[in-house]
Write a protein that binds this ligand. Sequence first.
Ligand code: TNX
Length: 530
Amino acid sequence: MVVPRPVRTENSAASPFVLTDAARISVAGIGADGVARLLSAELASDCGREPAIVAEPPAYGDIAIVIAPGEGPHEDGSDSAEGYTLEVSAEAVRIGAATTAGAFWGVQTLRQLLPAACDGEPLSIDAVRIHDNPRYAYRGAMLDVARHFFTPAEVKRFIDAIVLLKLNHLHLHLTDDQGWRIQIESWPELTRIGGSTGSDGSRGGFYTQAQFRDLVSYAAERHITVVPEIDMPGHTNAALASYPELNPGGVAPALYTGSEVGFSTLRTGDPVTQRFVRDVIREVAALTPGPYLHLGGDECLSTTDADFAAFVQDAFRVVAENGKTPVGWHEVGKAGGLPAGTIGQYWDFTAPRGRAAELALSFVRDGGSVIMSPSDVAYLDIVYAEGDPIGQDWTGSPTTLRDSFFWDPARIVPGLGDAHILGVEAPLWTETVATIEEVEQMVFPRLAAVAEVGWSTAPADTEPVVAARDLADFSDRLASLAEHWDAAGTNYRRVPEVAWPARWSSGAARSGAATPAPREPATEVTEAAR
Ligand code: TNX
């Protein structure tokens, strides 16, 4: 009962493993102790027991973590960067992997196999053998901390929740019209002024560079790469409001707390703007050990095509000069002349409209790849059902759990197959999402569906997606995952497709997790923009 569904699971009728107070975690191989420390801490918070970690062979009843070449899931011994094997028998639990990431994902599977309500005895796991590895190298979630700000503690809580789904990238949308959330030492007004408010006049806030580094390392310990996004040249009102000299005539606009898009633009070609862009990219690149820096580039409805192209070519080159692989929303493909290897993030529909397919393919032509975030199935801010108080509906219809489950990344843009798809990402935009509880309600369970699309085996070429994926089976596995969400106090939407656990069972009551009170209907968003 694991989400995302493992590649191969062999159940066995043999006696189960029982986790007792005497269990230890036996480690072998470089990095195994770090993975074991996280497992021990997770068992302490999940189950109130904190096994000792020992560098000796496992005894009866122990959990072993072995990291060594050939320990991965492939029978031919070839290594898989994030794959693992997990064997559960009465004698021991054994997680094998060729990498620490693989062992860490094996641990996440183990956590899901353990009963969520750990207060009961005995803690047993049915005997099983799992061979597992991801379909895509990039499996992400995006959190828009610009429209509504979320504190470092809230972002860590979000990281803890997405770890269980084996997601390995957290894209932080750090700047937009409504807020600038990352300290830039050479331009301090960005956060002092631009970070002072948010959508609907909500609390402002920003991450100091120290806080951001701490978030990046918290994520990295959990094998999650933070992808920072500084959106430009549009979506920049917060920056323009902070520095008059970035504006024509030196007059700053007021701060913006509404939900329209497409009205702001940096003054492309201007020397002050160029200095601004270089300073920001340099500082953000220096804060980021990961390979990617996302520059947005979406919905630039107030920038002429020529200005957009020249600006994007220049800014993306600066990212590459700072040692990072540039990422942009697929519109930046219009600019042409981007650095080799630039990654495009596709956000059009599962049936591409306009130039979207052609723009997605342009990244491949230039030696890059594409992250798939089709907005009609993977945008987590779209309402689940008509009339929902939180969320947007500009994609034309609600996005049900079913919608976010029955799609395939390699069947969207003709000619764009797995060889050129880096992976999948589900973004949560937060114009209408104000609290971390509301974030979780919008994200779960649909993010679990996208995580499964990104991890689990691709459907066979000849097989229709609806035949390849089994919603009933997924729903059963989600219901058991939800017991872990309840125990952790993670909120989720009790969508009708799933037979959820009884509401106040297990930890939900303990942790006080509750459905947030309904709010007034969300503010309207300009349709014209899309
Ligand atoms: C589109 S798609 C946006 C965001 C909005 C979102 C709302 C894209 C790259 N940008 O600016 O927040 O829709 O659903």
